[in-house]
Structures are given as structure tokens and as C-alpha cells.
Design a protein around this ligand. Structure first.
Ligand code: NI
Length: 227
């Protein structure tokens, strides 16, 4: 399932991010890739672990914590510190699958990537190309969202970023370990949660069927969650 989560960051926040990032020093994106993906990757990244990357990453994590839709869809257990990339004209990231496990350098913090996320920080009109293309069992999905919007997709998917042919594409990207590892189970929980939230305005929180369905949601989560 691909999920679009609008306005994770507001326009003021995006502007502040861009001011800070536009004057930052960028390094070759190969710094964080595995062997196969290194062969197809051509972009810039903010260096890992420096104060600016951490500070911006913390703002992203804080915004995710305030997004009910993100929490309902990802059921996050751990999030790898957000990274930031920049594709200038001619840059691209060919087809690859993200690494299964990320270990934060110099620590024992590790995250199994169940979900991948891209948070767009450039407006779609500011560049041509630079689409995130994700393959799933239903085919190919091309994603290019307004600045501040996020897309979540299964980390097991093949994906690429098409070459930027004009302008600059800036984004944040990161991986999430979910409490519910199985994608199908996670999807059913999200659908059930969304359906309950849809019923509440019509029948109220204390409707016995809403209470029972909410109980089913939590009992399924209890059955499937690893925390
Ligand atoms: Ni990737």
C-alpha cells in the first residue's frame, strides 16, 4: 500500500528547512548505500550525524508523532533518523530495494526497514523529472507531491527516482520498523481503524458496535504487535 500523508510539515517549516539546507555542505549520496544501490545512485546528501541533520531530523520525527494518519498506517516502533537528499539536474537513483536492516553508525541502534518514507521538500513545479517510482503487485506508481507531504510505501518494494531534468529536488527519507511486521496485517488494522473513525461521527464513540469493533482492533494489535 502506498499512502499519501499531506502537510506533515507546514509551509513555514518547509521554508526554514530549505533556508538551512540551501546553505549546507552536501556530500556524495554513496555514503549511505549498499553495494547494488551504490551502482545506480547519483545524488547529494546531508552528512549523517552532524548537528543540522540531527536538528532537522528531530523536527520531522516530532511532526510524525503528531500525525494520526502516519501512526495509524505505520504503527511505528522505531524510526531511523531522517536523512536528506538533493538531486540536481542530471542526477537520479536507479531501481533498487532498500537495505533490510539499518544500523546507526557508532551505536547499537538498529531498525528493520518495514516501511520507507519520502517527505518532499521541493514544490513539484520547481523541477522536472525526479519522480519517485514504486513498483508493487498492482504495477507502477509515480509519486511527486507538494513540499511538506509524505509518501509511505513498503520497504520491500523496488523503486527509483527518475532523472531530474530541470531544477533541484530536495527531500527527506527514512525507514520505519513497525510494531506489526506483516504488511497485510498492518493494512487490515489501518482499514479497520479508518472504518471505525468513519463511523464515530454518525453513531458516537459509545455506540456498542463501535466499542466492540474498537475492541477487535486492539485485540488484533495485541495478537500481532512486537514491542
Ligand atoms: Ni531507496
Amino acid at each position: 500500500m502506498l499512502l499519501h500523508i499531506p502537510k506533515v510539515l507546514g509551509s513555514d517549516q518547509v521554508r526554514q528547512f530549505r533556508q538551512a539546507m540551501d546553505s549546507a555542505e552536501w556530500v556524495d549520496g554513496l555514503a549511505t548505500s549498499g553495494i547494488q544501490s551504490a551502482m545506480v545512485k547519483k545524488n547529494w546528501q546531508l552528512p549523517e550525524g552532524v548537528p543540522l541533520t540531527r536538528q532537522l531530523g528531530d523536527v520531522v520525527l516530532d511532526a510524525l508523532g503528531k500525525s494520526p494518519r502516519f501512526i495509524a498506517a505505520a504503527l511505528p516502533l522505531k524510526v531511523y533518523p531522517p536523512a536528506f537528499n538533493r538531486y540536481a539536474e542530471g542526477q537520479t537513483y536507479g531501481t533498487h530495494i532498500d537495505n533490510a536492516v539499518r544500523i546507526l553508525r557508532g551505536t547499537d541502534f538498529r531498525v528493520r526497514g518495514d516501511l520507507s518514507a519520502t517527505l518532499f521538500l521541493s514544490e513539484p513545479d520547481d523541477y522536472d523529472g525526479g519522480e519517485l517510482v514504486v513498483q508493487d503487485t498492482y504495477g507502477e506508481h509515480r509519486v511527486k507531491l507538494p513540499a511538506g507531504d509524505l509518501v509511505l510505501y513498503p520497504a520491500s518494494s523496488e523503486h527509483c527516482v527518475t532523472p531530474v531534468t530541470r531544477g533541484v529536488r530536495v527531500a527527506s527519507f527514512f525507514w520505519i520498523q513497525s510494531m506489526v511486521r506483516d504488511e497485510g496485517a498492518r493494512r487490515m488494522l489501518f482499514d479497520l481503524d479508518t472504518a471505525i473513525q468513519g463511523l464515530v461521527p454518525a453513531v458516537g464513540n459509545d455506540d456498542p458496535n463501535v466499542v466492540r469493533l474498537t475492541g477487535v482492533y486492539h485485540n488484533l494489535l495485541r495478537r500481532w504487535a512486537e514491542c
